[in-house]
Design a protein around this ligand. Structure first.
Ligand code: HEC
Ligand code: HEC
Length: 295
């Protein structure tokens, strides 16, 4: 390469006297230029063929990662203390209302003894929790909690030592029919502290409309959409087991009739929704009444 420097190109005359040198590009610049070309070839080969960083490739990689983070597969029990602790929280938030803060039982059975109504193995617990026992007031938690939290809460229950090893025989639950309905009868009537008053006039049309939605999501499985009854009794006939005044219905729905399979709804729905659904049930069941007498 001839390296003559600072030679004028000699077109100043055409350009208002502005002259220009004809110098070669600096070596560092040429070097960088050649380097980028080599780099581009190498990077292209790596991107598309060796490292497979194509959009399709990274999409597949992300899917793999998501599968680990959000498993869609079935729940399973673990002994990892972190899982168990997470399960304790799930339990406190969702289950303690019925099974007791220490799993000692209440509306739902005790979960730390060897007495099991359903399959008491870890897999059985997962199944019961996922599918619930609708007829007995145990909600189906699968769709609500998802497999991760079901796994955690099952791990928590298993860590309490009451569950059965495969093949191990648990104790059968005591027969309620020890001469009639026996002990179960003791809690037939909804029990709990006095509730705030609920007058018919409190049931506004908005509440009734909101209550219809609550009823559709939570109650139709047992009482049917038209309230003529299925597992639970007819709610629009004249007969009431626990009283047909609005305050009675409020009480029944709030505390449930656990021994008969009517869920205690206050812990699940909260008072506001309970009042809405009570307003709706009352409006339907008393639709035929002469309105003025109720005021
Ligand atoms: C609304 C009340 C209620 C809530 C809330 C509830 N349960 Fe239950 N659970 C019940 C009832 C009632 C039964 C008994 C079902 C039966 O008699 O067949 C039961 C049964 C069970 C059983 C089977 C017990 C056995 O002896 O076979 C397990 C396990 C269980 N529940 C776990 C849970 C977990 C975990 C949660 C929280 C995610 C939960 N439950 C929330 C009411 C509830
Ligand atoms: C898992 C089934 C089940 C679900 C879900 C259920 N109930 Fe019930 N309900 C029953 C059963 C069973 C009874 C009867 C209790 C008895 O025999 O004492 C009952 C009784 C009642 C009663 C009292 C009826 C009477 O004759 O005194 C009312 C009111 C009621 N349910 C309202 C509701 C509302 C509102 C919901 C939804 C928030 C609901 N129920 C959801 C099973 C259910």
């Amino acid at each position: 390469m001839s390296r003559e420097r600072d030679q004028l190109m000699g077109h100043g005359a055409d350009n208002d006297g502005i002259e220009e040198y004809d110098n070669p590009l600096p070596d560092w610049w040429i070097g960088l230029f050649i380097f980028t070309i080599i780099f581009a070839v190498g990077y292209t080969a790596w991107y598309h063929f060796i490292g497979d960083q194509s959009q399709a490739g990274s999409y597949i990689a992300q899917l793999e990662q998501a599968k680990e983070l959000y498993p869609t597969k079935t729940a399973s029990v673990s002994t990892d203390p972190a899982d168990i602790e997470a399960g304790a929280k799930v339990f406190a938030d969702n289950c303690a209302a019925c099974h007791g803060a220490n799993l000692e039982g209440g509306i739902g059975p005790m979960l730390t003894d060897k007495v099991w109504i359903h399959d008491g193995t870890p897999e059985g617990v997962i199944k019961t929790v996922t599918e619930g026992v609708a007829a007995k007031g145990m909600p189906a938690w699968g769709p609500i909690l998802g497999p991760n939290r079901i796994s955690n809460v099952a791990s928590f229950i298993v860590s309490k030592g009451g569950t059965l090893a495969p093949g191990e025989k648990g104790e059968a639950p005591p027969e309620p029919a020890a001469g009639g309905d026996g002990a179960a009868d003791a809690v037939v009537h909804p029990e709990g502290p006095e509730l705030p008053p609920f007058a018919v006039a409190d049931a506004t049309p908005e509440m009734i409309a909101a209550g219809q939605e609550v009823f559709k999501t939570n109650c139709v499985a047992c009482h049917k959409e038209d309230m003529t009854g299925l597992v639970g009794p007819n709610l629009i006939d004249e007969e009431w087991l626990h009283g047909g005044e609005i305050g009675d219905i409020y009480r029944t729905v709030t505390y449930g009739v656990p021994s008969k399979g009517m869920v205690s709804w206050e812990p699940m729905l909260g008072d506001e929704k309970v009042r809405q659904v009570v307003a709706y049930v009352y409006s339907k069941s008393h639709a035929a009444d002469e309105k003025p007498a109720q005021e």
